[in-house]
Each structure stands twice: as C-alpha cells, then as structure tokens.
Design a protein. Structure first.
Lengths: 251, 586
C-alpha cells in the first residue's frame, strides 16, 4: 500500500481526480465538440451503432410508443408552440433512463425496504428505469382490459382519463404505485421540455421559447436595471446556438 | 489494519469554509495543518467554468454538485414512535462533498444574527417571563454575545467582499440599511448589488405596508474587490446561477475565491481528497484526541496522528463522528440527559407567490440579490400578544429564473396539459416569490442519534434524525406568512398565492440547508458539547466548527455566523496551542 500523496502548493495533478470524474469531463468535451446531429445517440450507444438514429436506447418500441403518446398529452402541441414530441422529450427521457440517473447510481439503495410515511420520501426498491418498465407494462394491461387497445391507440380523451387515474392513484399497478410513476413521468417530461437542449429535449428551444428564458447567458450587468424591457438576444444553449448539432451526454 | 502515518500538529476533518479559515489562521500561527476531505478537489477553472456550470439539469436537478447519499446517508422519522427510514436521495437539505464544501454552492446570503439571538433565553425570560417558554423547548443562550463576535463578523465580511448597506454604524442608525441590525464597526466592504425589477417592486410594496426594507447582505461582489489576503474577486454579472452551482466568475465568495489561492501555497499546509474520516481516536483516558482514522476511495484505512483535531464537516456529519467515536455523552431523549445529538434544529420557510403584469426578467439575478424586511425577526417585535418565540426575515430574493425549478404558477393553474402550457407562457416572466425565513427552536423531542438498522459503506450505523415542526414554529411561520401577504397585497395589479408551511416536517421537498445543533456550544457542560470557544468539554484538544454548535436556529441564513464563530474559535485555538488545556474551567 502506498502512502497518500498530499495536495500542496496547488500542485494537484490529474491523478487527484477520480477516474470517473476525468472520464466524464473528457467525454463531455469530446461529445460537445465532435458529435454531429445524428451521431448524438450513436455515441451513447456504441453497441447499437447500426440502429436507426431515433431508435431508443433504453425503451422498447412499445414503451417508446407509450411515452410518445403520454408526454404529448402532458405537453400538447398547440398555438403556443411545440409539444412534447416536437421537443424531443421521449428521446430525452430515454437517454436519462439509460444514464446514471436511470440506474439510481447516486441513491442509497440498501435494504431492508419497509413502507414509510409520505414525509419519509422515496422508499421503492426500483430505479427510475425499472419504475418506467414496471409501470408501462401495467398500464398496457390496464388499457387492454379497459379499452381493448394499447394506450397509444386510445383517443386523446381516453388517454387523459388514464393519465388522471394514474395521477390520482386509481389504477393498480403490480409493483409501483401509479401516482409515483405519474409524478416521475411528469417530472421528467418537464425536465425534457425545460432543460438545456444539450440533453436531447427542448429541441429548437421549444420550452424556453414558450416561457421567454433566453438560456444560460453569462452577463446581464447592462440589462438588469432596464426595468420592464424585454430581453431580445437570441436563445443560446450550453453547446451554442445550434444545440441539435451537439450533445452534453449524461446528466 | 490501518496504516499509521507521520503525525501532524493539527488535522481538520473536511475542507470547506470552516476548515479553510482555521487552516489559514493556524498556519499563520506557525503550526503544520492537514485537511482531510471526503470529496474531490474543485476549483473555479475548470470545474465551475461558465460553459460547464450553468446547467440546471446536471447540478440543481440531478444534484451532481452535492454529497451523494449512495454510500452514506441518514435515516429520518418525525417522532420517536416511528421507525426511521433512510433518506434514499437528497431533498429537504443539500450538503456538499468536495473541497470548498457548501461554500461552493451557497447563494452568498451573508447575514449577522441579532444581538438578542445569542442571549435568547435571558431575553425571553426578562421580557416575557419564564412561563412564556413552552414545555419541551430547550431554549438556551449561546455563551457568546454579539459584541464578542462583532470583530469576527467584520473579518469574515471583509474576507468575502460582502455587498450591502449598513443600518447601524457604532450605534448610529443609517438610512437605507437594516434599522434592526446590531452595531457594526464600519460599512460593508462593497456597496449593494444592483436592484432587479422584482426587488424594486418588493421595496415599494414593503414601504407601503409600513415596513423597513433594505438590500440583503450579499457575498456576491457588486464591484471588483481585493480582499485582505490579496485575493482578487470579479464583479458579479447577474447570470442567475449561484445557489446549487459554483461561480465561474470569481464573484461569489467561497474558499476557492477568497482563501485557497493563498493557503495552497503555504509549506505548512497540506490536504488530501477522497479521504473519509470514520473516527476521532482518543487515548486510554478518553480525554486526549490522538488523531483520526480515515478510509480512502480504495477502501484502505489510515491512522493520522495529530496533536489537535478540528471537526469541520457539515453540521450533522460532525455529530455523527462524535457519536461513532464515543466522545461526549450521547443525548437520551427519555431522560433529557446527555448532550451529543441534543438540540438538532432547522428552519421553517414559506412563500407568497406574486403574479402581476410587468416584465421582470427573473433570469437576471444573483444568489444574494434581494430586498428584505427584518421587522419580524428575532425579538425586533413584541411577542407578548402573539404567544410564540422566534421570527424571521421576509425577502424577495431574485436568485435567478432557472426554468425547471424556478417558476411560479397561479394556484388554479392546471397541473399539466394545454392549461399548464398557457400558465407557464403567461407567468414565467412576470411572477416572483416572497420568501419567509423563520427560526426553529430546539426541543427535547428533536435530536440525532445512531440508527439501529441501516449502515453506511464503511459498516457504521447511519445517523438517525428525529425531527418535526412544533406548534411554536407553525404559529410563528403563519404569522410571518401573513405579514408577507400584506406586502404582496401592496403590489399594484398583483394577485398572490400564499403557501403556508403546513403539517409535519417532510424530508422530500427542498426547504433549506440550514441544519443546526447536535454539538451545541454553551457555558454549561450539562447542556452543551463544546464551550464558548467551540472546544470539547470532554477532550480539550478537539474543537467542533459549523452550525452544529448553534444551540437553536435563528431567522437568518447561517454562513455569516458560522464564519464569525470560526474566526472567534481560531483566536482561541492560537491561545490553546501556546498553553494547552481547557479554555474554560467549570
């Protein structure tokens, strides 16, 4: 065993970084600079390099159909602008679930797993990716029994009926409370609409255009006390004005 | 077996704000100091560069800038008759891991507590009588006074380049500042930040309501600044990414932007990252600390001998370490005896969302850009007819307009669908939120101990938090919310939505990272873990820093007081190093 090396006089070396940290940074730099539009997914999915560019990484085709349909009801396209599908939200969620977040890598996941109070928070044994898989399967069964069709083929009114029932915990899913899944789906849908486009959602700044957020700009010293004036500079992403050409990788 | 390392004079557990201050002060006094940090080394470049850090999803939502609970967390319950369960991911509070600690991701809201806060028990008994204190409330004086700490507040504010306007210079009230604050020896190092549209609205409305608004003290530099250590800070650009982010512009005070450029050059200072301290070791008598044991990222165990140990980790982590190390008597909620883990407290927050017509551009902001009123903080008002103890400030902070987490919607807005979209479209640029920031007193039933079931990756029992809001706090917070509503009502053409803090404390929604207590300071070893110099009563060569020493919590963000207490304790440590032994005899 070697003695620990002290950081001293600012002489920190790259060896002080964790390898995960260093590789993340290298990954970000690479992906931000080099990857063209259709390669965004490909780079995260070397094993799937022959697949279609919009084919999901984590979702099955059936799961993707559900998420496409459900998120488009949560954020529909209308006169105010793009909906979930136009904004790339399914792709955003798919990439998130395939990442550290989807695997709950930073969550404390040691048992035992008793049920707690609402105040004690999340106590499910499942990762976000597993919650989607469990819940979508259960919703599929429900829709087949109730309507004789999968969710994606229901009318908009029927889809809203199912979503409200999930939100109100009125559908019984096998392993996951329906309201927990709905809360997760709605949270991830908003993230996909409002996060930096570098993560695959908020395509063409759809979400930011809706609300008037210009993106992560650096300096408002001149503008902050021009009270009541709209800010008119163009939208910008962490990866520039044309984020569809670049990606930030995992969050 | 642990590998035994060469001894050092002083070992610091953690390398955030308090460790950086102690290291800077004690290395100046000529001793050799080593800091052990469980997280990574981080610095403005490259970690917080603006093209990296302005990422709401990665840092604020996925929480990559905070501690990660996968290896060690705590368990939580509202009361002792429940089974505590693990906090499986972060929510209510967001401690840090990594060099700079939470000093990297704070907003820079840098307050002094009121003189009455430090002598709260004496003040309440004198003004309202002993019977005013509810059964089960462990109200206590701090053992230090505002006057003791004033020079050290001053030192911390000049270190950080705090922007603000004095309200009381040497006892003389100053127009434009906080008329309720304790006397200061001199002005703030920098003038207040620019105001934003929403803080101007608040200022007018608060005056209309009969209150006394002032610019909040901000450790965000309103102008370029060179601090007394010679470290240069840049003017804040109001980019709106302070809290939950590092500053890419050298504008927000942090260990990195105020101390480390000087400290890291010193021959008698060193630090090690990815070292998780698991024990403070003591000799056979249990009265002398011999150093610490830590585990590195590969699971190797080391024993680091030291002449003096200073706990500089986050509040509850200091308490966890004391309990694991069996230093001091653990608190027993049945008997009320014992001190380690006693008097855990927090803060109680609420808000009043405001919806009006003028464009406010909320995304132009800074972490401590705000206007506040202090009319209902501490003992600035007569509690007699109100029947509660404590208070808080009411402020409109314009910290930023980050779209996922920082938007307000009217109460009746649809939760999703076309109606949600319309509400987002109509309200993002024109809404704001008035915050109340209330104190939480300490109670016999709110405490920290070791969990009997769940363990961390090192095989140690997790810390167990037993905490709930008490009737005194709900009454106080509702009162503050009512006052905030009066301000909202005075904003022309506005509608508002008052969000009172209702029911039991929940560990799920973010409220504040102002956790306090568990290793509190005081003048009586029967009710405190450390003396007025933050020195352990049981082990005189052990000191405990940070808000873990607060006997109860006040109605302000704690960092200013943590900084002042750290400078105060550093002076005492210098005396201790010359003449070791208890600094207070009982």
């Amino acid at each position: 065993m070697s003695m620990p090396a002290d950081g001293r006089k600012g002489s920190r070396s790259i060896a002080d970084e964790t390898s995960a940290d260093a590789s993340r940074r290298a990954f970000l730099k690479t992906i931000a600079v080099l990857v063209p539009a259709v390669g965004v997914l490909g780079s995260c999915r070397a094993a799937h390099s022959s697949a279609r560019a919009d084919a999901p990484v984590y979702f099955s085709e059936a799961e993707k159909s559900f998420v496409d349909a459900a998120t488009q009801r949560l954020i529909p396209a209308d006169a105010l602008g793009a909906g979930a599908n136009e904004a790339g939200i399914t792709q955003f969620i798919d990439l998130q679930l395939a990442s550290a977040y989807g695997r709950a890598e930073r969550w404390y996941m040691q048992g035992p797993w008793p049920t707690g109070t609402d105040q004690q928070g999340f106590q499910l044994k499942f990762t976000p990716a597993q919650i989607y898989r469990e819940a979508i399967a259960g919703i599929g069964k429900h829709c087949t029994q109730q309507y004789g069709k999968p969710f994606a083929q229901l009318t908009a009114a029927q889809q809203d009926e199912v979503l409200h029932a999930l939100e109100d915990d009125k559908i019984k899913l096998t392993n996951v409370p329906a309201k927990s899944f709905f809360a997760l789906l709605w949270q991830n849908t908003q993230e996909g609409y409002l996060a930096d486009p570098a993560y695959g959602g908020n395509r063409d700044f759809a979400g930011w255009k809706l609300i008037g957020f210009p993106g992560p700009r650096y300096n408002y010293v001149e503008e902050i006390d021009r009270f009541g004036q709209p800010y008119t500079q163009p939208f910008v992403s962490l990866v520039g004005r044309h984020p569809d050409a670049r990606s930030r990788g995992e969050s | 077996m642990a590998t035994r390392l060469p001894p050092v004079d002083v070992v610091l557990v953690g390398f955030g704000w308090t460790a950086a201050i102690i290291a800077q002060e004690l290395t100046d006094a000529g001793v050799q100091v080593l800091a052990l940090e469980r997280g990574e080394f981080r610095d403005t470049v490259p970690d917080f560069a603006t093209d990296i850090i302005q990422d709401e999803l990665r840092y604020a939502v996925r929480k990559q800038i905070f501690e990660s609970p996968e290896r060690e967390t705590l368990t939580f319950r509202n009361s002792a008759d429940q089974t505590a369960l693990p906090m499986r991911h972060l929510g209510s509070f967001l401690p840090a891991a990594g060099v700079g600690g939470a000093g990297v991701h704070w907003n820079g809201q840098c307050w002094r507590f009121l003189p009455s806060d430090f002598e709260i028990r004496s003040q309440v008994e004198q003004r309202y009588g002993k019977k005013f204190i509810p059964e089960g409330m462990n109200l206590q004086d701090w053992g230090v006074t505002y006057d003791d700490l004033e020079p050290h507040y001053d030192k911390f504010e000049y270190l950080c380049g705090v922007s603000g306007k004095a309200g009381n210079l040497g006892g003389a009230k100053q127009a434009g500042g906080n008329p309720f604050e304790g006397a200061r020896r001199r002005e703030y190092p920098l003038p207040p930040l620019k105001r934003s549209a929403s803080t101007v609205l608040f200022d007018k409305a608060a005056r209309e309501a009969g209150f006394d608004p002032f610019p909040c003290p901000a450790a965000n530099a309103s102008k370029p600044y060179r601090n007394p250590l010679g470290v240069q800070m840049g003017q804040c650009t109001y980019c709106g990414y302070c809290e939950w982010f590092g500053c890419g512009n050298y504008s927000k005070a942090s260990p990195q932007t105020t101390i480390l450029p000087v400290l890291l050059k010193k021959d008698n200072f060193s630090f090690r990252t990815r070292c998780n301290v698991t024990r403070v070791n003591t000799d056979g008598s249990g009265k002398v600390a011999t150093g610490v044991t830590y585990v590195d990222v590969d699971g190797n165990e080391f024993e680091q001998p030291a002449g003096m140990v200073v706990l500089c980790a986050f509040a509850q982590h200091n308490v966890h370490l004391l309990l694991l190390s069996k230093i001091g008597t653990p608190y027993d909620p049945q008997t009320g005896q014992g001190v380690v883990g006693r008097n855990y407290a927090y803060q109680i927050t609420s808000s009043v969302d405001v919806f009006q017509k003028e464009i406010l551009n909320p995304f132009m902001g800074a972490g401590a850009l705000g206007q506040a009123v202090d009319n209902f903080n501490g003992d600035n008002f007569d509690h007699g007819p109100l029947g509660f103890i404590g208070g808080g400030y009411i402020a409109l902070w314009n910290t930023g307009g980050r779209p996922i987490l920082q938007h307000q919607l009217p109460k009746d807005a649809p939760k999703w669908g076309a109606g949600w979209k319309k509400a987002m479209h109509e309200n993002y640029l024109t809404s704001a939120s008035i915050a109340t920031h209330g104190s939480v007193m300490s109670y016999r039933s709110n405490y920290l101990d070791l969990d009997p079931t769940w363990r961390d990756d090192y095989g140690n029992p997790l810390l167990r938090l037993t905490f709930d809001f008490q009737p005194n706090e709900h009454t106080m917070s509702d009162y503050l919310t009512d006052q905030a509503t009066k301000i909202a009502q005075a904003i022309p053409g506005a509608t508002h939505h008052a969000k009172k803090r209702e029911g039991h404390y929940s560990i799920v929604p973010y409220q504040t990272t102002h956790n306090t207590g568990g290793a509190v300071m005081g003048n009586d070893p029967a009710t405190s873990v450390v003396n007025r110099y933050l020195q352990s009563w049981d082990v005189p060569n052990l000191f405990v820093m940070g808000s873990s020493v607060f006997p109860q919590n006040a109605g302000y963000n704690p960092t200013g007081t943590v900084g002042a207490l750290t400078f105060w304790a550093a002076e005492a440590m210098k005396r201790y190093l010359k003449n070791p032994g208890p600094l207070v005899t009982t």
